[in-house]
Each structure stands twice: as structure tokens, then as C-alpha cells.
Write a protein that binds this ligand. Structure first.
Ligand SMILES: NC(=O)c1ccc[n+]([C@@H]2O[C@H](COP(=O)([O-])OP(=O)(O)OC[C@H]3O[C@@H](n4cnc5c(N)ncnc54)[C@H](O)[C@@H]3O)[C@@H](O)[C@H]2O)c1
Length: 258
């Protein structure tokens, strides 16, 4: 799919690596001016002078305000915001609800849900003023269909799902669409190094997970980026409040016989 994004300005949070980097690079490849942002500015991403790199911790509302001000000072507008920054629950930290610590819960909710709120609030004002916007939230299939031992992540991503719908109905009148992507298991670089070093027990666990997914494989980051480009397309103007699962069929049902 080709989309002419020339002249569009896009902010992608957490685009230092992984899914966020793939989305940012794809928007850039289609002609957008891309603001790469992460906890520390991902300067290595700058391949063209029309882009910029910023430090933007999504839990820090002052850093967010500074980032938006810098974007508006440079480009005079912000068309697309991709709320991608997030953390998951590492295999060693997966616990039943009676053992989840308050610190774990708070950190996950603060980054994965609070970050979407803070950044969306900050970008909504200039988007309302310009009468145009595309907000794309990276949720997860676990926000639609929970998995055991990840209750904070599941709750945060379910929150992102309903926050997406809530913002969509508020912002539609301003020409702003708000949608989410719910990726399934995605083969980021982090995932690849994990799978390379995984113990046989972890490999077996992973194999079992894959056997539940109709496609039987994880997504490539480019496949998530493709969906983001579709939602960012100016022609996707009548699509809002939708949660697009890009998951190889995960949420549709088990690919198993019982
Ligand atoms: N990889 C998967 O299988 C998968 C599946 C479903 C959903 N997701 C979601 O996709 C998004 C990206 O995940 P990924 O797999 O690319 O992860 P990743 O760890 O490779 O990249 C996440 C990026 O977010 C950044 N980040 C973390 N906390 C931040 C903060 N407070 N402020 C700004 N940036 C911050 C990290 O520095 C990192 O660069 C996340 O929201 C994640 O929950 C991933």
C-alpha cells in the first residue's frame, strides 16, 4: 500500500526501537515528517532533515508539553500521533493477582495507560485547533482477550481500548479520528534476541502459544506498521473508535481441536 503522506507531521512515542520504530520508519518512507521520540531522543533514527528526534517520557507531562511545543515551533502543526510507548510483563515477573506488587501495578498503569492519556490530551488541543488529526493507540490483543499472570498489562491495555473509543466520540466533530491497533505476539528485535537465548522450557511455552494462533507465527513489525499507515491515511477519515487486531487470528478463536 502506498499513501502520500507528504507534508504530514507524525509523532510516534517509544520509537527508539521495536514496533514504534517500524511505524515511524514506514510513515517516513511514505513522505511524512516524523518526530521520533523515546525516553532518550533516538538520534540514530534521523535519516532525513525533515524529521526530528526528541526525548519524551510519556509519564512526564512537562516533557510532553515541551515536546509538543517544539513540534509546533518547527512544523506549525501535528497531524498524527501514535501512542506506542509501553512496557510489558517480563516472563519472570508474571504473577497471579494475589502476588502482584503495588509497584508493578502502578508502573504498568502509569506508562501503558497513563502515557496514552497524557500524550493524547496534549496533542488533542493543537489537533482541535487545526480541525484535523489521527490518533493511533497501540493496545494489545491482551486488552481484548486477557491472558493469565499479566493482570496489570491486561487492565492497562483494556483501558487503552475504551479510552480510544471514548476519545473517538469526543473528537469526531473536530475531524480527528482515534483508533487502536491490537497487535498479537510481534517479532521485535527484543523478541528475537529473547527467543535466540530462550531456555528449552521457554521455547516450549512459546511453541504452545504459537500453536493457538491461527497463523502459527508472530507478526513482523512491518505488518503492524502497515496497519498504522492505513489508519493514518487521510482517506481513512470515516473510521474512528475501531480496534484493529493485527494478530494472525488470535482473538478470533483457538486454532486447536479439543
Ligand atoms: N511486541 C509485542 O509482542 C507486542 C504485542 C502487543 C502489543 N505490543 C505493544 O506495542 C508497543 C511497542 O512494544 P514493542 O514490542 O515494540 O516494545 P519495545 O520494548 O521493543 O519498545 C518499546 C519502546 O517504548 C519505550 N518506552 C518505554 N517506556 C517509555 C516511556 N515511559 N516513555 C517513552 N517511551 C517509553 C522503550 O524505551 C522502547 O523503545 C507497546 O505498547 C506494547 O505493549 C507489543
Amino acid at each position: 500500500m502506498r499513501v502520500d503522506m507528504t507534508g504530514r507531521v507524525a509523532l510516534v512515542t517509544g520509537s527508539g526501537r521495536g514496533i514504534g520504530r517500524a511505524i515511524a520508519d514506514r510513515l517516513a518512507a511514505e513522505g511524512a515528517s516524523v518526530v521520533y521520540s523515546d525516553v532518550t531522543a533516538p538520534d540514530d533514527a534521523l535519516t532525513d532533515q525533515r524529521h526530528m528526534a526528541l526525548a519524551l517520557d510519556v509519564t512526564d507531562e512537562h516533557a510532553i508539553a515541551d515536546a509538543i511545543a517544539a513540534i509546533l515551533a518547527r512544523y506549525g502543526k501535528l497531524d498524527i500521533a501514535v501512542n506506542n510507548a509501553g512496557i510489558g510483563t517480563k516472563p519472570g515477573e508474571r504473577l497471579t493477582i494475589d502476588k502482584v506488587t503495588t509497584a508493578q501495578w502502578d508502573q504498568l498503569l502509569k506508562i501503558d495507560l497513563g502515557g496514552v492519556f497524557l500524550v493524547s490530551r496534549a496533542v488533542a488541543a493543537p489537533m482541535i485547533a487545526q480541525g484535523y488529526g489521527r490518533i493511533i493507540n497501540i493496545a494489545s490483543v491482551l486488552g481484548l482477550v486477557p491472558m493469565r499472570l499479566q493482570s496489570a498489562y491486561v487492565a492497562a491495555k483494556a483501558g487503552v481500548v475504551n479510552l480510544t473509543k471514548s476519545m473517538a466520540i469526543e473528537l469526531a466533530q473536530h475531524g480527528i479520528t482515534v483508533n487502536a491497533i491490537a497487535p498479537g505476539s510481534t517479532a521485535t528485535d527484543g523478541w528475537r534476541s529473547w527467543i535466540n537465548d530462550a531456555t528449552s522450557e521457554e521455547q516450549e511455552l512459546h511453541g504452545r502459544l504459537m500453536s493457538h494462533i491461527p497463523m502459527g507465527r508472530p507478526a513482523e513489525t512491518a505488518e503492524i506498521a502497515h496497519a498504522a499507515l492505513f489508519l493514518a491515511d487521510p482517506d481513512s477519515a470515516y473510521i474512528t473508535g475501531q480496534i484493529l487486531a493485527v494478530d494472525g487470528g488470535w482473538v478470533v478463536g483457538f486454532a486447536r481441536d479439543f
